[in-house]
Design a protein around this ligand. Structure first.
Ligand SMILES: Cc1ncc(COP(=O)(O)O)c(C=O)c1O
Length: 442
């Protein structure tokens, strides 16, 4: 059967009368997909189906939201049960206590838990909490890290031309949006990642004014960039020695490494952490967790964090079912996902070597990213901006669609293996990738 996407094209034309760019978040629209995005209709396990009935092996998995794959029976059952008994009460519930206890088992630093809906809400609350608790105004954010779309975080997130970045000792803050509160950005200190000296320098410059350092423990919004050995421990030591809180933003990494979180995986104990995405298995569930004495600052709204939708039963039923399933047999599902990602990574490296393609793959846990580059490794944002052929990645991802493989065409958004992917899906994907590389002349 020929590959056609006519229904997606027609839906896109219709959508333009009611939606902006046909979507509800720009990364889903023409910016990444070209003329029109694929309209998706159904998901099952590792597969996603578009409006024309085309089936894809899905490695985007809604940006990692579903570590068990689409429509896992345990999630379907849990959500149905919650809906049937009242999706949300906005009142105290036992399920909140139960899920918080499950989170405590997975996150060593989670002495207390507060639920939110999205990662952005959780990171926003984390910064407010850090400022409230320490009484200090500023925080350090790293180049190329994404913590959601709150004003204070919206600098130096997306790749930019190397000439615009400034010197690495004094990075130019690249503002990501119109309409921001510019004063808010005064308190955001931007520093290159994977470079402890840069953090030391910033601490010296702004001594006594810094509430927190916020970091993704693996840089997962610039493809996948692992921390250098000792880097996260170095951040822990520097922050502790200088009376600064360390915040791990695990919204993207949680439930995509064996043991559940990067802090456990790398053996680091941050003061505050944010969780989200995979936590809700497709439903909007996020959490702010951390040291009891810090989290207590939220009591009575002292540091304010509200939300009528916080801790909906429907979301927490899905979270409980997901965590129980992922923890089964010593966390077998997460080990499986890691093994699948490693197999895909190894297969891709062989494929690139065999074809002479100038590309590399970086992988941590169940997450991986292909970079079209001549470099042996990409280790930070500046490296990415200067050395990664982003247009080539888009072309490659789009060329894969007709061979039944779905990755996000964004060069900064990584792929995810889940409990639902098997060796057979890796084989099918490698075969499709071989053909797509040939199509794009790589
Ligand atoms: C590390 C990180 N933090 C926060 C967020 C924001 O989460 P959400 O999209 O749920 O608001 C994201 C989303 O991509 C993320 O990757």
């Amino acid at each position: 059967m020929p590959y056609v996407t006519d229904k997606s094209r027609d839906l896109f034309a219709r959508s333009l009368h009611v939606l902006i760019e046909g979507v509800s978040s720009p990364s889903r629209g023409p910016a990444n997909y070209g003329a029109y995005p694929l309209f998706m209709e159904r998901g099952e396990g590792p597969y996603i189906y578009d409006a024309d009935g085309n089936r894809y092996v899905d490695w985007m998995m809604c940006y990692g939201l579903e570590p068990l794959g689409h429509a896992h029976p345990c999630i379907v059952q849990a959500v149905s049960e919650a809906v049937a008994t009242g999706p949300h009460f906005a009142a105290a519930t036992e399920i909140e206590v139960e899920v918080a206890e499950l989170i405590q088992q997975m996150v060593p630093s989670a002495e207390r838990v507060r639920f939110a809906n999205t990662g952005t809400e959780a990171t926003m609350a984390a910064i407010r909490l850090a400022r409230g608790y320490t009484g200090k105004p500023k925080f350090i954010k790293f180049e190329g890290h994404y913590h959601g779309w709150y004003d204070d975080f919206l600098v130096s997130v997306h790749p930019a031309e190397p000439g615009r970045l400034g010197h690495r000792n004094d990075p130019i803050k690249l503002v990501e949006s119109s309409g921001l509160n510019r004063q808010a950005l005064d308190d955001t200190i931007v520093v290159p990642w994977n470079d402890l000296q840069a953090v030391e320098r910033a601490i010296d410059t702004y001594r006594g004014q810094i509430a927190a350092v916020i970091t993704e423990p693996v840089m997962a919004n610039m493809g996948i960039i692992p921390p250098e050995p000792g880097y996260l421990q170095g951040l822990r030591d520097l922050t502790r020695d200088n009376g600064i809180l360390l915040i791990f933003d695990e919204v993207t990494t949680n439930l995509h490494v064996p043991s559940g979180t990067c802090q456990k995986y790398y053996g680091i104990k941050p003061d505050i952490s944010t969780l989200g995405k995979a936590l809700g298995n497709g439903l909007p569930v996020a959490a702010l967790v951390g040291r009891a004495d810090i989290m207590e600052a939220l009591a009575w709204g002292g540091v304010l964090h509200y939300g009528a939708q916080n801790a909906s039963r429907i979301g927490l039923y899905a979270t409980r079912a997901g965590l129980q399933e992922l923890n089964r047999n010593g966390g077998e599902a997460l080990h499986h996902a890691e093994r699948i990602a490693q197999r895909l990574t190894a297969g891709l490296r062989e494929l690139f070597a065999e074809r002479g393609t100038k590309a590399i793959v970086q992988n941590v846990g169940a997450m991986l990213q292909i970079f079209f580059t001549e470099r042996p490794a990409i280790r930070d944002y500046r490296d990415f901006c200067a050395n990664v052929n982003q247009a080539k990645f888009k072309e490659f991802a789009r060329a894969l669609f007709k061979y039944g493989v779905y990755l996000s065409p964004s060069p900064v958004l990584h792929s995810i293996a889940t409990a639902a992917h098997t060796d057979e899906h890796v084989n099918v994907t490698l075969d499709a990738m071989r053909r797509a590389l040939r199509d794009i002349g790589q």
